[in-house]
Design a protein around this ligand. Structure first.
Ligand SMILES: Nc1nc2c(ncn2[C@@H]2O[C@H](COP(=O)(O)OP(=O)(O)OP(=O)(O)O)[C@@H](O)[C@H]2O)c(=O)[nH]1
Ligand SMILES: [Mg+2]
Length: 602
């Protein structure tokens, strides 16, 4: 099968369900394998693709999304408006779920039509009706039946950057890490600004795939639109280092929306939105879907190959003279002694990795503490120059609230990457060790088996270990001045103020960095524990499957010749069914000698 051909994910899901049922029915040695297959089905099911629309305020992001959805549901206006990221997923009927940052239960609202949906969204995500996010909304998720949301695409409306509402910019910046791809929207009038170029530079480093849309081309004639597109391309190349032929899609979101609402297919095409909907959305989603599906297929085939190995072993064992069988069992147990030694040394190495990572966390947080101490001293000094102690305290608190989450993100991202890189080597070693146990069994009983390749690509972007990231900041508790201080000479009083501010800064930094350090160490421990348990579990599965197969054969043979024959017939049937299921998954040579299809990665 050509792995670059996108396949129907529902049929893959069905194949996985069949395979899992089949494996489960093969007997008590295999529930773990069936569970792993169910895990893959879940992964496929939730394999959504986050596509955000990004841009400066009022470029028409919300209008464009409305055009793509086919109805005006996201609030749009002439004043800066969108204040909370809104995720729009595919669902059978319109529904809104609102999550709050203070841990209140989510609010789920079923909405009968577009107008009702628009009203609920306006109440929660706009600067007008929810100024400075008074309602404490953390995230809004919309379910919508639009076909634009097929292939697992999740469209995301983001607050515009660069408006007078600085918190909107901060919200969008913090959200970039969630985006798999983005449509970067600029408008024909005014042409791209310096603020947008600076924003683009940030985006470019954090979002893996970017597409450029030039909106509001309805203001321009055809010639002007061509000139504007050319200008935008030049700016993108010169100021943001993008290739000179980077595609730019001219659109009129407003006309697109009007055309969709009027059912005007020609107008829809003329607006440029059709191309975005047809080509871009499906291209992006398929690209992701393809990688995901190929990887799921490959892993499922690997699991099925392991089960097949155990079944073939059992069949071979059933045909063997008892004495030979016992001898093979002893040889397999001897091979396990070696594997056990390797397992111990792997666990030691993982423990060593934990220690080194913990040291890195300490070093990073110490550096952060130091950097922040200096930074806050500077902030306090500057505020004191033209204000009093209270102003300096306020300036420090503001600096922490504004800058600390970013620092924290950066440190966490760096450590995430580092742990991922380090564990990858151990992951490969563990897979090899587990494979060697199966290979030993296969060789002993002379049945074909190829160790499945491991695949990490999809995990690379997931934040495997940093799960409890807590960006809530420790507040500043002002240290009161002593009453008698007022009577002191000015120089002395100033020195006291400085000392107090210094202590304040120290407390603030210590409390916040300590929070971070503690949660990182917790997460690191959890990640290492899971990893070590996975290694032990995987090895145990491999051993259990082989021992189980031999044991069942010995038991059946000693019980009755008839029982042995019956079990052999059952195993043969199971093997045939599994081989068939494996062939459906796209594995051509079920004897396990041909390479599995590799995922197509652009
Ligand atoms: N002429 C014209 N106006 C448009 C177009 N798209 C959007 N607009 C108008 O531009 C204004 C801003 O649109 P919004 O969709 O609210 O922009 P936004 O980027 O979501 O704004 P924020 O959420 O504040 O960042 C509205 O008045 C829209 O009607 C277009 O293609 N042509
Ligand atoms: Mg908007």
């Amino acid at each position: 099968m050509d792995p670059t051909t996108p396949t129907d994910p529902t049929s893959l899901a069905a194949d996985l369900a069949d395979l899992s049922a089949l494996v489960r029915a093969c007997g008590r040695e295999f529930p773990a394998a069936a569970d792993r297959l169910d895990g893959l089905a879940h992964r496929l099911d939730e394999g959504s693709f986050h596509l955000a629309v990004l841009g400066q305020f009022k470029r028409g992001k919300s209008t464009l999304l409305n055009a793509l959805l086919g109805e005006a549901v996201l609030p749009s206006s002439v004043v800066p408006l969108t204040a909370i990221p809104t995720m729009i997923r595919s669902g059978p009927a319109r529904q809104v779920r609102i999550a709050f940052s203070d841990g209140r239960a989510d609010e789920v609202v079923a909405v009968p039509d577009a107008a009702a949906l628009a009203a609920v969204l306006a109440r929660h995500v706009t600067e007008e009706e929810n100024p400075a996010n008074r309602l404490g909304v953390a995230e809004v998720e919309v379910l919508h039946p639009s076909p634009a949301l097929s292939h697992g695409v999740v469209l995301i409306d983001t607050p515009g950057i660069g408006s007078t509402y600085a918190h909107n910019t901060a919200t969008t910046m913090a959200f970039l890490a969630e985006c798999d791809a983005a449509l970067f929207l600029v408008s024909a009038d005014p042409p791209i600004t310096a603020v947008e170029v600076a924003f683009l530079r940030e985006v470019r480093d954090r979002v893996p795939r970017l597409f450029f849309l030039l909106n509001k081309v309805d203001y321009l004639s055809a010639d002007e639109a061509a000139a504007a597109t050319g200008f935008l391309r030049r700016v993108l190349a010169e100021k943001a280092g993008l290739p000179t032929d980077v595609p730019v899609y001219p659109v009129s979101a407003r006309r697109g929306l009007a055309a969709r609402e009027a059912g005007d297919a020609e107008g829809w095409r003329a607006s440029g939105c059709a191309e975005v909907a047809d080509r871009l959305l499906s291209f992006l989603a398929e690209e992701k879907q393809q990688v995901l599906e190929a990887s799921v297929r490959q892993r499922a085939a690997g699991i099925a190959a392991e089960v097949l190995l155990a079944l073939r072993l059992a069949l071979r064992a059933l045909a063997m003279p008892i004495a030979e069988l016992e001898e093979k069992r002893a040889q397999f147990d001897a091979a396990l002694v070696e594997a056990e030694q390797q397992r111990r040394s792997a666990q030691d190495m993982i423990a060593g990795e934990r220690k080194r990572m913990a040291e890195l966390v300490e070093a990073q947080t110490a550096a952060l503490r130091e950097r922040y101490g200096v930074r806050l001293a500077g902030v306090a000094e500057a505020a004191l120059a033209d204000g009093d102690e209270a102003a300096a305290v306020e300036a420090m608190a503001a600096a922490v609230a504004e800058e600390f989450p970013r620092e924290l993100e950066a440190t966490a991202a760096m450590l995430d990457g580092e742990l991922g890189r380090r564990l990858r080597v151990h992951h490969e070693n563990a897979a090899r060790l587990i494979g060697s146990v199966r290979t030993a069994a296969a060789e002993l009983f002379d049945v074909p088996f190829r160790v499945p390749e491991t695949e990490h690509r999809l995990e690379q972007r997931s934040r495997a270990w940093w799960v409890r990231r807590d960006v809530s900041l420790s507040p500043l508790v002002p240290i009161p001045a002593e009453v008698m201080e007022r009577g002191l000479p000015r120089r002395l009083r100033e020195r006291r103020v400085r000392e107090r501010l210094e202590r304040q800064a120290e407390n603030l930094v210590r409390a916040n960095v300590e929070n971070l350090r503690w949660s990182m160490v917790q997460d690191l421990d959890a990640a290492i524990r899971t990893f070590a348990a996975d290694l032990d579990g995987g090895l145990e599965d491999a051993v259990r499957a082989t021992r189980g197969a031999i044991g069942a054969a010995v038991e059946a043979r000693t019980r009755h010749e008839e029982a042995g024959r019956e079990l052999a017939a059952l195993r043969e049937r199971e093997i045939a069914a599994l081989e068939e299921a494996l062939a459906r998954l796209g594995e051509t040579d079920v004897r396990g000698s041909s390479p599995l299809p590799r995922p197509a990665i652009p």
